[in-house]
Design a protein around this ligand. Structure first.
Ligand code: CTP
Length: 399
């Protein structure tokens, strides 16, 4: 689990997306970070110090020449566990790449040994300019993390690469930088993602709203920590993950077959897929006409997780439960024991929450009881929590 109370210096550059770092402060605080803001002079053209002070709950430092007796840049540099600069303008990238120290923020950066995460945001032309790209490359070669900007609508009517990304993406980059560890090196992790689709006829299917984001987040987090990851993905359009063996399936039966193949050599299984509970008894080879489309006979699919639970030996099984309604937790606790899992994450998916979103809210069940409830954390952060717990269980001696 991520330790709380770590110090982050949030540098804010002078771009229109400076207002978005107001949200970033809040999200950083939600993740237990203590935030000190250092805006550049041009950032103050967009947002005043009062906003930063109120949101961070701390004085705002913006000047190298005030409080000189306390050598503010050295003091700030020393206490930082990480420096995040969001947004980073083209000018800031150039100054940082050149090692300039011409304002408080660049002085703090150059005086600090903490990891640096830059979040460039600017017009597409400025981002693609060879000078900017060369600066990014140089900074990356020195170990600075540069979060790739998003693509989409710019301040004006134009669109392209250069948008300030979601706070969740920045926090993931920060967490990964701070916690980059290879504790899962050599561990085999099998992850399922997405939602299965059970055909009715060549045109129609029974499916669900699962996007695969949670499973992909688990696969990504495990791979980052050195695990050997097999991802079995059902109907997800998430981008593939480098270094992760990904097998695409459509139906519950196909997922079952692939899971069984990978299972014997696996240490940890994380079943985040939403597997259809039933399939069509007789799939029509021809498209059904309206007239014959009043009733479909179903039969149950294999409960993959339950089957694994019956043969798991010393493997660690992590299940998911998507619930609605007030008795969701009790039902999830029943699933925990019925499926013989080691951990279960339950989330309330009523009203379109969770599916397709970057963030998740829910509870982790261990030994039949809730050990942690999480609220609006990124799916990658949840993935790390589950991997931490599963790995801990794997490391315990068998009794
Ligand atoms: N699961 C599975 N095979 C199935 C159905 C579900 O492996 N045929 C797994 C899911 O991947 C998830 C867990 O079981 O990890 C819980 O799934 P869920 O659909 O919430 O539970 P069900 O047992 O199907 O119960 P119900 O649909 O009645 O809520």
């Amino acid at each position: 689990m991520f330790p709380r109370g770590r110090e982050v210096i949030l540098g804010v550059g002078g771009g229109i997306s400076a207002y978005k770092s107001a949200d970033l402060i809040r999200r950083l605080q939600d993740h237990g970070f203590l935030v000190t803001v250092i805006p550049t002079r041009s950032a103050q053209n967009f947002i005043g110090n009062a906003t930063w002070a109120a949101l961070s709950g701390r004085p705002v430092h913006d000047d190298l020449w005030s409080e000189v007796h306390s050598v503010p840049h050295i003091e700030l540099a020393k206490k930082a566990d990480a420096i995040v600069i969001a947004p980073t303008t083209a000018d800031l990238l150039a100054r940082l790449a050149a090692g300039r120290a011409d304002d408080l923020l660049t002085n703090v950066v150059i005086a600090s040994t903490a990891p640096i995460i830059l979040v460039p945001a600017m017009h597409t032309e400025m981002w693609l300019n060879p000078a900017t790209q060369a600066n990014v490359e140089l900074l990356r070669s020195r170990g600075v993390v540069v979060v790739a900007p998003d693509e989409g609508r710019m301040t004006g009517s134009d669109t392209g690469v250069g948008r300030y990304p979601d706070s969740a993406k920045i926090i993931d980059a920060l967490n990964l930088t701070l916690d980059s560890k290879a504790d899962l090196m050599g561990i085999k992790v099998l992850v399922t993602a997405g939602g299965t689709q059970e055909p009715i006829d060549p045109v129609r299917f029974i499916g669900n709203h699962s996007s695969g984001k949670q499973g992909y987040a688990v696969a990504y987090a495990a791979a980052m920590r050195g695990a050997i990851v097999t991802l079995i993905a059902a109907n997800s359009v998430e981008p593939s993950i480098e270094g992760v063996e990904t097998i695409h399936v459509k139906t519950a039966d196909e997922m079952h077959a692939e899971v069984m193949k990978a299972f014997p050599s696996t240490n940890i299984v994380i079943m985040s897929a939403a597997v259809a509970d039933a399939k069509v008894l007789q799939v029509s080879g021809e498209k059904l006409e309206k007239a014959s489309y009043s009733e479909i006979s179903l039969e149950p699919t294999v409960d993959i997780l339950k089957a694994l639970g019956q043969m798991k030996a010393n493997k660690i099984l992590v299940g998911f439960a998507a619930q609605t309604g007030s008795d969701g937790l009790a039902k999830a606790q029943d699933k925990y024991s019925a499926k013989n899992v080691d951990l279960l994450y339950v989330n309330d998916v009523s009203g379109g929450a969770i599916f397709g979103k970057e963030m998740t809210t829910g509870s982790i069940i261990d030994d039949g009881v809730v050990i942690e409830s999480v609220s609006d954390i990124s799916k990658v952060t949840l993935a790390h929590k589950l991997l931490d717990l599963a790995f801990h269980k794997l490391s315990l001696p068998n009794d």
